[in-house]
Design a protein. Structure first.
Length: 240
């Protein structure tokens, strides 16, 4: 049954940094190809960024990351795009955070000095719907309810009469988008990251309590990729 269409596709080459909106993307068993390849750490201690828990990391999502010809680039607010592992980028990032940081590729712990283990091990596709966004807007009319707060890979547009948090009813079902087959594994329980500011999105302490009150902390779903392929904004979405 067709239930909606792909509104936007998002990729986050560096965990916790802002991501990039894509017109189309390739999906494989790891999720959106190029998603969350790297983490950002304290250059002196090796501690990975925790924007939702440590005040010094709150400015993390204000930095954007993108893939350009397989090279990761970052952009500090007000600055130009820079090759992520360059001296110029490291100096700019240190100025932004107030302490030196480094980008490290995600990999098994201690695989090499240049890898860092991911903080979370979840199904690789995070999906939210227009119905969830509208439900949250209805009780927070003065808040900026922007998909970027929730860091989804896929935003799906549903009909205007779709119930709030509709995707929560899709547990253990299959989603098909063109050649891609996804399997819905679990709801996405939210954390304080949803309250953080990001560029033109202000800090808002009302967001997380509102989600908890409306839907038991859940906002969106996590999906495994059963079959990969290429998808694009506008593609129809089926729930089997």
């Amino acid at each position: 049954m067709t239930i909606g269409r792909v509104q936007t596709i998002w990729r986050y080459p560096v965990s916790s940094l802002g991501g990039e909106s894509l017109d189309e993307a390739e999906l494989d068993a790891t999720g959106v190809v190029g998603d969350r390849l790297w983490g950002i750490v304290d250059a002196e201690t090796g501690a990975i960024a925790k924007p939702e828990a440590e005040k010094r990391w709150r400015v993390t999502p204000e930095v954007l990351a993108r893939l350009s010809a397989s090279e990761i680039e970052v952009q500090i607010p007000g600055g130009d795009w820079m090759r992520a592992r360059s001296d110029a980028a490291e100096h700019a990032l240190a100025d932004h955070f107030g302490f030196p940081v480094k980008l490290k590729r995600h990999g098994p712990a201690f695989a090499s000095p240049d890898t860092v283990e991911p903080r979370y091990r979840r199904s690789p596709i995070h999906l939210i719907t227009s119905a969830s966004l509208e439900a949250l807007k209805s009780i927070l009319p003065d808040s900026v309810i922007d998909p970027r707060r929730f860091r989804p890979n896929l935003v799906i547009t549903l009909p205007d009469d779709a119930p709030g948090f509709a995707e929560g009813k899709w547990m253990r079902r299959e989603i098909r988008i063109g050649p891609v087959r996804l399997y819905v594994n679990e709801p996405c329980d939210r954390c304080a990251f949803t309250m953080l500011g990001q560029r033109d999105i202000p800090f808002d302490k009302a967001v997380l309590p509102a989600i908890s009150a409306m839907n038991g902390k859940s906002f969106g779903i996590y999906c495994a990729v059963l079959e990969g392929g290429r998808i694009a904004a506008g593609d129809p979405v089926e729930v089997i």
